[in-house]
Ligand binder design. Structure first.
Ligand code: FAD
Length: 187
């Protein structure tokens, strides 16, 4: 991790758990906003566990795996600061078990990954859009809005630079085909 001088003693990495529609059964009453409500719920739970400041809840990785509170947490690059919190109990249990399995897997591949110095800090609760704009898989056009081609991250079809680029390219080709067959819907 580095602000600009590339001299920070910390290495930072984000670990992502994917969240699918079936994981959100408790939030389905919110319809298309189920993902947003889930995100709000996770963020609020973690914020309310704190002291109202911007400090982030944290747990040493071995404690996170063992399900016990850390007696103290070491320094971190997170400027507002961190405090010891039971992340294993604050986060949804299925997210915790995925993160625990992932950390054990990392340690099998990179022995030494599970150290007392490794700290889990939560949470950044969004990677890609929690909402997906519907589109026809064939034409890649919105099923009800002629001429609207939802693409990329904001529309819920990508979560990174390459996936967004490939999604956009595929939709641009599909839009070209559609325009060639139907002409411009505005003219
Ligand atoms: C801090 C950060 C770090 C990231 N790091 C990585 C990484 O290391 N690797 C990786 O793969 N991905 C990374 N990502 C994710 C990646 O950048 C995005 O997933 C990707 O850029 C999304 O591309 P997109 O074309 O769907 O959307 P965007 O790149 O957001 O493009 C949307 C465009 O629409 C424009 N726009 C919005 N509203 C309107 C409007 N009303 N009219 C006209 N134009 C409008 C915006 O100005 C923007 O140019 C990172 C994202 C962030 C924020």
């Amino acid at each position: 991790m580095s602000m600009s001088r590339r001299d920070s003693p910390f290495a930072n990495a984000g670990t992502v758990v994917s969240v699918d529609w079936q994981d959100l059964s408790d939030f389905h009453t919110h319809g298309v906003f189920a993902g947003l409500e889930f995100q709000r719920h996770v963020e609020q739970t973690l914020f309310e566990a704190g002291d109202g400041s911007q400090k982030a809840p944290a747990q040493r990785l071995p404690d996170f795996l063992a399900g016990r509170l850390s007696t103290a947490v070491p320094g971190s690059s997170y400027i507002p600061g961190i405090y010891s919190a039971p992340l294993h109990a604050l986060l949804p249990h299925w997210i915790v078990s995925s993160l625990q399995a992932g950390a054990r897997q990392f340690d099998r591949k990179m022995p030494g990954y599970l150290t007392e110095e490794a700290v889990v800090i939560g949470t950044e609760s969004r990677t890609s859009s929690p909402i997906r704009i519907p589109r026809d898989p064939e034409t890649r056009m919105h099923p009800n809005v002629i001429g609207l081609f939802p693409v990329g991250e904001g529309a819920g079809y990508a979560g990174g630079i390459l996936s967004a680029a490939m999604d956009g390219q595929n939709s641009a080709i599909a839009a070209g085909v559609w325009l060639g067959e139907h002409g411009n819907p505005r003219s």
